[in-house]
Design a protein around this ligand. Structure first.
Ligand code: NAD
Ligand code: AHE
Ligand code: ZN
Ligand code: ZN
Length: 369
């Protein structure tokens, strides 16, 4: 079949709307009609050329929701008409990672996924018989995408896809990092660096966990109003202080916060986030994705004296077994999504979504197909 897709032809180039050929789903694969997709900073990161795994030409997008159109041979857990969220972190339930009980990082299809290919090592997308690569196993910037069965979460049929698409990455990542990775508890103090879709979701998660103080940090003060709505108790702009921001936070909190979260992808800020944690027990969670060649550093003494550095991918959430519960938590009012959708537009305007993100004017743009 043919459909419209936004193709990333090369690093730094605007996406181009093209008619692409989409091959039928093969064994263990599913054809999904995309209904909506968010645009996450990671899409911009890969488009910039900074992603060591970035491959072009590709169809980006990993924050989508849609409806199963057709299934390939051997697919048993999904049928046409099912509502689904594509997962960039699959859940096969059988690999060493899935059965470890220690991580959500299923590796069943991770290697081919990182090469922009389906699990059999080929692509389902092409233009004039030239392959176009998949992205993160999801490629949601297309009217139709082929996704591995184990990379699809079946969700409640009544969930509004134009909202719950954001559970495909940003909101789940932030809330999950708080509840699963950090395991913030009632009364804990929290600092959140970067107030985009991820940072605001961390704030939402921290409020759900009962944090007593949530310090929100950004250089764009227009983000503060929404941070406060989600539960931030203090909003600070590092540019307004002479002292390093980690010192400011240590002074504000009688020695540092219990947990901090880096939601930017800046290795200098990752250091600040670690160093604003309390001596003896403070934990800093890296969520932001840093470009090729970037490295983190701090004095080892920071760790010797009890601070802990951790990372979190997709909030530690196992997509097939746990994401449907997040969708239901949205439907029963426990998780807020609607305020994150600051803009909506059609696929033909997708480059505007990237502009709004870079200008700091949007939290999430949702593309409606
Ligand atoms: P975003 O662009 O919407 O938000 C980033 C925020 O950081 C903005 O508000 C910006 O003003 C702020 N910021 C930038 N530089 C800053 C600085 N020096 N000091 C303070 N604030 C600063 O991005 P997003 O979609 O929220 O994504 C945030 C990061 O999380 C990205 O690196 C993205 O790739 C990553 N991410 C990781 C995962 C994961 O599973 N680990 C999932 C999703 C996104
Ligand atoms: N490809 C990059 C790393 C990108 C990365 O860290 N991705 C996050 C998800 S970001 C979603 O917005 C992730 O889940 N990583 C785990 C994984 O398996 O990719 C690089 O540096 O090579
Ligand atoms: Zn993302
Ligand atoms: Zn697995």
């Amino acid at each position: 079949m043919k459909c419209k897709a936004a193709v990333a032809w090369g690093p730094g180039e605007p996406l181009k709307i093209e008619e692409v050929d989409v091959q039928d789903p093969q064994a263990g694969e599913v054809l999904v009609r995309m209904v909506a997709t968010g645009v996450c900073h990671t899409d911009a990161f890969t488009l910039s050329g900074e992603d060591p795994e970035g491959i072009f030409p590709a169809i980006l997008g990993h924050e989508g929701a849609g409806i199963v159109e057709a299934i390939g041979e051997g697919v048993t857990s999904l049928k046409p008409g099912d509502h689904v969220i594509p997962l960039y972190t699959a859940e096969c339930g059988e690999c060493k990672f899935c059965t470890s009980g220690k991580t959500n990082l299923c590796q069943a299809v991770r290697e081919t996924q990182g090469k922009g290919l389906m699990p059999d090592g080929t692509s389902r997308f092409s233009i004039n018989s030239e392959p176009i690569y998949h992205y993160m196993g999801t490629s949601t910037f297309a009217e139709y995408s082929v996704v591995a069965e184990i990379s699809l979460a079946k969700i409640h049929v009544d969930a509004p896809l134009e909202k719950v698409c954001l559970l495909g990455c940003g909101i789940t990542t932030g809330i999950g990092a708080v509840l699963n990775t950090a395991k913030v508890e009632k009364g804990d103090t929290v600092a959140v660096f970067g107030l985009g879709g991820i940072g605001l979701s961390v704030i939402q998660g921290a409020r759900m966990a009962g944090a007593s103080r949530i310090i929100a940090i950004d250089i764009n003060e227009s983000k503060f109003e929404m941070a406060e709505q989600f539960g931030a108790t203090d909003c600070i702009n590092p540019k307004k202080f002479d002292a390093p921001i980690q010192q400011v936070i240590v002074d504000m909190t009688d020695g540092g916060v219990d947990y901090s979260f880096e939601c930017i992808g800046n290795v200098q800020i990752m250091r600040q986030a670690l160093e604003c944690c309390h001596k003896g027990w403070g934990e800093s969670i890296i969520i932001g994705v840093a470009g090729a060649g970037q490295e983190i550093s701090t004095r080892p003494f920071q760790l010797v004296t009890g601070r802990v550095w951790k990372g979190s991918a997709f909030g530690g959430v196992k997509g097939r077994s746990q994401l449907p519960g997040y969708v239901e938590d949205y439907m029963n009012g426990k998780i807020e999504i609607d305020p994150f959708v600051t803009h909506t537009m059609g696929l033909e305007d997708i480059n505007k979504a990237f502009d709004l993100m870079h200008e700091g004017k949007s939290i999430r743009t949702v593309i409606l197909f």
